[in-house]
Design a protein around this ligand. Structure first.
Ligand code: NAD
Length: 488
């Protein structure tokens, strides 16, 4: 339900989607959603409590345990449900993009290209994959036949961050649903309004009651979900700190968990790279600044060859300085606000730290003078920093790039690998074979020869402190399946 006020539209929900119906929440607390563009109230929803998580897990458990229900029906039938769900999401794609952009500051152009389309694409991808999965019988080496059965892992707790709330939720629910699992999705409090739209789409698609349940709330109910005795698997995307805490709980409970965490990836510019902004500007944007720098796999450490260091700094300075900063809902905006005031303060804290550590700001470094409200930070480039600086080691999650000098490809690779993280990265060279050779030596979960976005068919995830396990691709489906060997 939406109420128009003189300055903004406030979207309100009073009920939670649990067990296939809209139910009153167990408590009276509310989550208020504040526009990062204006600081105004734009939404209010129930703040889920432990009782709501218990009800949602109970509904998911009953739906899963019904032998004629979701987990027991033929994969082709589930695939049909996934296709219908994709269609209902597509029908709402503009609304999804608008809600996400208005809550987290994602430029609407980015939201239209990703948040509005990735989830339905992924549902259709996994509908295809589960439809194709056949009974597998192997010849045993000791004779006889062994059937390898893939069964759904059970009730899934899916915990999602605010930066790509719909896409990252779909990284979990699309393969989990395809596998035959049921879910409780816990969106981040910053991005709850789009989650209600997802519930509406699931309802309209006729997803059976209890298969998808959505309870918005903070970390306390997230932790309650993680440790709930009736949950069989956790899929988490978020910060490394929260991921470690969740991993500890799951370790204690021997509960399978997939963790997609933070990053501090390298954009490796080789000495033969094309540096004409007219040719590479769009790709550079996707690799370094997309979604206001609030994207986990961005290459925010730019590694520049000593011989062309000044040139790389000049190009990045011109590139970052040319960005159109503005209200995330404006069509021409390239850089919107940080998602929250706290996130803006955090990014500014890192900029101050970069300066006090001796970094040279070549563009940005402050708030844009033409934005008198909202949580805006200028895209900022630091030169004369090395890989030991705090801003080169910690994830900032904002539009801040460090340009680090190296001498020779081996040193570039050594610097790229000298990080606690290993999630993304790109290599820039006029010679694709050379770039490939470098990419193969970088310790990371994904890397592109120039720009890329995670492809539904390719495994996505990190090494080191960037996570455990993989989403997307057949590997993402396997993460929601148990294997059983039946000796025939
Ligand atoms: P966050 O870890 O604070 O919160 C993420 C989600 O986890 C939220 O829903 C939050 O309520 C919940 N949560 C937090 N602590 C919890 C706990 N102890 N137990 C259970 N649930 C808990 O992260 P954020 O600030 O929302 O998101 C930004 C972070 O996410 C960045 O570090 C970013 O790199 C990371 N991220 C990673 C990927 C990836 O695929 N690797 C993708 C996007 C974002």
């Amino acid at each position: 339900m939406s109420i128009s006020t003189p300055s903004a539209t406030v979207t309100n929900y009073d009920k939670l989607y649990i067990g296939g119906e809209w139910r009153s929440p167990s408590g009276s607390a509310r989550i208020t959603v504040i526009s990062p563009n204006t600081g105004e109230l734009i939404g209010e929803v129930p703040d889920g409590a432990e009782g709501d998580i218990d009800a949602a897990v109970g509904a998911a458990r009953r739906a899963f345990d019904d032998p004629r229900g979701w987990s027991g029906i033929a994969p082709a039938e589930r695939a049909g449900h996934l296709e219908r769900f994709a269609t209902e999401i597509e029908k709402r794609k503009d609304e999804f993009a608008e809600r996400v952009s208005s809550q987290n500051g994602m430029p609407i152009g980015v939201a239209n290209q990703l948040e509005a389309v990735y989830p339905s694409t992924l549902l259709r991808y996994y509908a295809g994959l589960i439809g194709e999965q056949k009974e597998e019988v192997r010849d045993g080496m000791f004779g006889g036949k062994v059937e390898v059965q893939r069964s759904p892992i059970g009730v899934v707790g899916a915990i999602v961050p605010w930066n790509f709330p719909q896409t990252l939720a779909s990284f979990k629910y699309a393969p989990a649903l395809a596998a035959g699992c049921t879910l409780v999705i816990k969106p981040s409090p910053e991005t709850v309004l789009d989650a209600f739209l997802l519930a509406e789409a699931a309802d309209a698609a006729g997803i059976p009651p209890g298969v998808i349940n959505i309870v918005p709330g903070g970390r306390e109910i997230g932790a309650h979900l993680v440790s709930h005795p009736n949950v069989d698997k956790i899929g988490f995307t978020g910060s490394t700190a929260a991921g470690k805490s969740i991993a500890e709980t799951c370790g204690r409970l021997l509960r399978p968990v997939t963790l997609e965490l933070g990053g501090k990836s390298a954009t490796i510019v080789l000495d033969d790279a094309e540096l004409d902004l007219a040719a590479i500007g769009n790709d550079l944007f996707v690799a370094t600044l997309a979604n206001n720098g609030q994207t986990c796999f961005l290459g925010t450490r730019v590694l520049a060859p000593k011989s062309r260091y000044a040139e790389v700094v000049d190009v990045l300075t011109a590139f970052a300085g040319s960005m159109t900063i503005g209200n995330s809902l404006a069509a021409d905006t390239q850089i919107g606000p940080m998602a929250t005031e706290r996130q803006r303060d955090r990014v500014e804290g890192y900029i101050a730290k970069g300066r006090s550590d001796g970094g040279r700001v070549t563009t940005g470094g402050g708030r844009p003078s033409d934005q008198d409200r909202g949580w805006f930070v200028q895209p900022t480039v630091f030169a004369d920093v090395d890989n030991t600086a705090t801003i080169s080691r910690e994830e900032i999650f904002g539009p801040v790039l460090s340009v680090i000098s190296y001498d020779g490809d081996d040193e570039a690779i050594a610097i790229a690998n000298d990080s606690d993280f290993g999630l993304g990265g790109t290599v820039w060279s006029a010679d694709p074979e050379r770039a490939l050779g470098v990419a193969r030596r970088v310790q990371t979960g994904t890397i592109g020869l120039g720009r890329y976005i995670p492809d539904p068919a390719a495994p996505f995830g990190g090494v080191k402190h960037s996570g455990m396990g993989r989403e997307l691709g057949p590997e993402g489906l396997a993460a929601y399946q148990n294997l059983k060997s039946i000796y025939r």
